[in-house]
Design a protein around this ligand. Structure first.
Ligand SMILES: [Zn+2]
Length: 426
């Protein structure tokens, strides 16, 4: 198929081309220039719209295999495409855990069949995510693992994370670390602050995240490997990463849209969809996360898309599982809370949602460039809409953003020259 996108603003991390055309032939971008005279099977008028390189999510939960009542690879990647994603990293806390080649092959096969987005499986660091015995990194890399994580759980034991880092160094594997001092978290379910007290809910102090982050940065420095810190949520964590980068530690990190869009005020009415781990923090943390995104301390925006069933979230904030869906709101929340307020610009959106995620994984892509894969998301930066339940593509509905008015909308997602999302058709 051939596609011609006319008169669009094409945005890369390193610059903007205004009033340009993009010509796609089969799975490649054949040309980006003004006034392309090719005919195409499909022509899109890009007037007033913006094209970014397809988004890559470093962190999501597709719940497949084994937990498909929450989400599956087809429904999850379809939701990802609706959010502008052309590739997603899925975390291994499935049933069974992604800790062997067979499960990786299953995930890759399901993703291929669905065709909505490339799925990059993140394999477990320890067998069954048990925190003790390391998985076989080289064998998992050969099977297609994109990185390694026990996400959902920390690798608690010092000797185990050190052994994991040494193994990672030997085979150039990337560790993505969920930083949480679980043994000191106790019964905490929301951020430990004034709002937790008002709501009479047990708190999770910032130190639960920061102590582990500091430990792993120190170990990575000692072993001499790159590490990636998942879902940074506190001002202290942002500062730890900023300081480490300054002294040359190869640490990268991500945050989620919920950490720069809302605060722990959301828990006051007991909304179970505002229960997430790490928890929503205070305004000072939110501001620090915004600064970290603007100055490059935080490398990437990752959704931590964590679908749960209505029954699970109906158990109430105290008992419901942690997590919220995120594919379909990541871009509008970024426009509403970062772009509209002038914290970041258009090129930063391309950097945070596409270019840096590709670089962190050591992959080519994340650029709108002649002769590269036609992975493109076309967006309207100005359209306002109310995010409502009926519009959700994911199998799950657990979002604290339901009912909110947001600005910025994905219109089309194109992956390898095929439309994986077309809002007009949907
Ligand atoms: Zn996590």
């Amino acid at each position: 198929m051939s596609i011609l996108i006319r008169n669009i603003t094409a945005v890369n991390a390193d610059g903007i081309q205004q009033n340009t055309d993009i010509y796609i032939e089969k799975d490649r971008i054949a040309e980006i220039a003004a006034g392309i005279s090719q005919t195409a099977e499909r022509v899109i008028d890009g007037t007033g719209l913006v094209a970014f390189p397809g988004f890559l999510d470093l962190h999501c939960h597709l719940r497949d295999p084994g937990l498909t009542y929450k989400e599956d690879i087809r429904s999850g990647t379809r939701a990802a495409a609706a959010g502008g994603y052309t590739a997603v990293c899925c975390m291994p806390n499935t049933k069974p855990v992604i800790d062997c080649a067979e499960v990786i092959r299953y995930v890759l096969r399901q993703a291929e069949e669905a065709g909505y987005a490339e799925v990059l499986p993140v394999a477990a660091i320890t067998r069954g995510m048990g925190g003790n015995e390391l998985t076989d990194f080289p064998a998992l890399l050969r099977a297609g693992a994109a990185a390694f994580s026990d996400d959902g759980l920390p690798v608690a034991k010092d000797e185990v994370i050190l052994a994991a880092m040494r193994q990672a160094k030997g085979c150039r594997a990337l560790l993505m670390l969920h930083e949480e001092d679980l043994k000191n978290r106790g019964q905490g379910i929301v951020h430990d602050g004034q709002n937790a007290k008002k709501a009479r809910l047990a708190g999770i102090p910032r130190a639960i995240e920061e102590d582990m982050t500091a430990r792993d940065i120190a170990f990575a420095e000692q072993v001499g490997i790159p590490i990636h810190i998942c879902h940074v949520s506190t001002a202290g964590s942002v500062q730890l990463v900023r300081d480490a980068k300054k002294r040359g530690v190869r640490v990268t990190c991500e945050t989620g849209p919920h950490y720069y869009s809302i605060t722990d005020a959301e828990i006051l009415d007991g909304n179970p969809n505002a229960k997430v781990n790490p928890p929503l923090r205070e305004e000072t943390d939110r501001e620090a996360v915004c600064r970290g995104l603007a100055d490059g301390t935080i490398d990437a925006i990752a959704t931590d898309h964590a679908p749960h069933s209505e029954e699970e979230k109906a158990m109430g904030i105290a008992k419901a599982p942690f997590g919220m869906i995120g594919f379909e709101t990541a871009f509008p929340l970024t426009v509403t809370h970062l772009f509209e307020s002038g914290i970041i610009g258009l090129t930063d959106i391309a950097r945070l949602l596409s270019k840096r995620p590709h670089e962190i994984l050591g992959r080519n892509g994340g650029e709108l460039k002649k002769n590269t894969a036609a992975d493109i998301v076309i967006c309207d930066m100005n359209e306002k809409f109310v995010y409502n339940k009926d519009s959700v593509v994911s199998k799950a509905r657990n979002s604290p953003f339901l009912g909110m008015e947001l600005k910025g909308r994905v219109c089309y997602t194109i992956r390898k020259g095929n439309f994986t999302y077309d809002r007009q058709a949907d």
